[in-house]
Design a protein around this ligand. Structure first.
Ligand SMILES: NC(=O)c1ccc[n+]([C@@H]2O[C@H](COP(=O)([O-])OP(=O)(O)OC[C@H]3O[C@@H](n4cnc5c(N)ncnc54)[C@H](OP(=O)(O)O)[C@@H]3O)[C@@H](O)[C@H]2O)c1
Length: 322
């Protein structure tokens, strides 16, 4: 059997690390991972010979870093098609809005925009039918009871530029605005997944939005207070176990790996699946074609812009009006 190369972001901890472990358990699989600190990945002692795991620098808070990573992946692949692409990295802040050096709200840029730029660039490097999996979240859905219990009220989409700036609802508390930005980044993830699936020609890559469920204990709570982090790692994994929307990083990582390996969701594209790999529609908002198209147009302009040399750029990579 020919070896397979899988491309993965967010594999240094939590869901992505579990998926990487699963993929590397089969000697036929090779992994190219993008990580902020490749040394941290090396310290994880994954079960692979050195040449089966390549870790390249990637900071999704920077469009330049994202483009450099995409170029490095293309060089590594050297014309050999990749078997899958998992846009999994993500973060969540608890405090005030943070803008990146590119001038986008950081949750939006890391969770969606840079991943979209990466995907637009790497689609031609994927094998026919290869899955592109974008990690979503039940927090995008105002009807998700578990998410509501934790204070999420669904993604907001006043217009695409306000979303990109993280300017969603200035009347809400700082903590609520931070939750709104995370939920919105995940709503955008699903909107983009649907738009991309409609746009890609049949026989090219397939697109799946994957909701891993609530997985307490991962690194996602790292911006929270010490008490909240303690509860996230010790109490919550037990408390939420009975809820159907809850999972563990290991269980959801295995499910993610099953999609990447082409064993599950084999013919699916433009779908949203939960951690049991059951198709769910997602929120009504995530199915809005007008929002899908507005977001898709926006990220494609940015992707086209960053692909051109700075002097030739026609579209401003940074948002203009503030
Ligand atoms: N935990 C949950 O309950 C839950 C529920 C629904 C969805 N999700 C989603 O699942 C995905 C994985 O999250 P997790 O829970 O496994 O959390 P995690 O343990 O914190 O993993 C997040 C990963 O994203 C990477 N990352 C963060 N910012 C980055 C950046 N600027 N550039 C490159 N990589 C970056 C982290 O790398 P570093 O080591 O460099 O920080 C880490 O590998 C995320 O998309 C998250 O939104 C999680």
């Amino acid at each position: 059997m020919p070896s397979r190369v899988h491309l993965l972001t967010g594999a240094t901890s939590g869901l992505g690390l579990e998926a990487a472990r699963r993929l590397l358990a089969d000697p036929a699989n090779h992994l190219v991972v993008g990580a902020r600190s490749p040394e941290a990945m090396a310290a994880l002692r994954l079960p692979a010979e050195p040449d089966r795991l390549v870790v390249l620098p990637l900071d999704l808070a920077s469009l330049d870093s994202t483009v450099r990573f995409a170029r490095a992946v293309e060089e590594r692949l050297a014309g050999r098609p990749a078997a899958s692409l998992a846009a999994n990295a993500g973060l969540q802040f608890a405090g005030p809005r943070r803008l990146t050096a590119d001038d986008y709200e950081e949750t939006f840029q890391v969770n969606l925009l840079s991943h979209a730029v990466l995907i637009e660039r790497l689609v031609p490097c994927l094998a026919p039918g290869a899955p592109i999996v974008l990690t979503a979240s039940g927090t995008h859905d105002p009807g998700n009871r578990l998410a509501r219990f934790f204070g999420f009220r669904g993604g907001l989409f006043p217009d695409v530029e306000r979303v990109a700036r993280g300017d969603l609802d200035a009347t809400a508390s700082v903590a609520q605005q931070a939750k709104d930005r995370y939920a919105t980044s995940k709503l955008c993830t699903i909107l983009y997944a649907h738009a991309l699936a409609r746009r890609l020609s049949p026989g090219t890559a397939r697109v799946i939005a994957f909701d891993p469920g609530l997985m307490p204990g991962t690194g996602l709570a790292r911006d929270r207070s010490a008490v909240e982090q303690w509860a996230w790692s010790t109490v919550l994994p037990i408390l939420v176990r009975p809820f159907p929307g809850a999972s563990t990083a290991r269980r959801s990582g295995e499910a993610l790996a099953e999609i990447l390996l082409g064993r599950r969701c084999t013919d699916d594209s433009g779908v949203h699946v939960d951690h049991r790999l059951v198709r769910t529609p997602g929120s009504a908002d995530s199915l809005r074609r007008d929002w899908q198209d507005a977001l898709d147009g926006f990220v494609r302009r940015i992707a086209a812009d960053v692909a051109t040399p700075t002097a030739d750029r026609r579209w401003p990579t940074k948002l203009t009006a503030r």
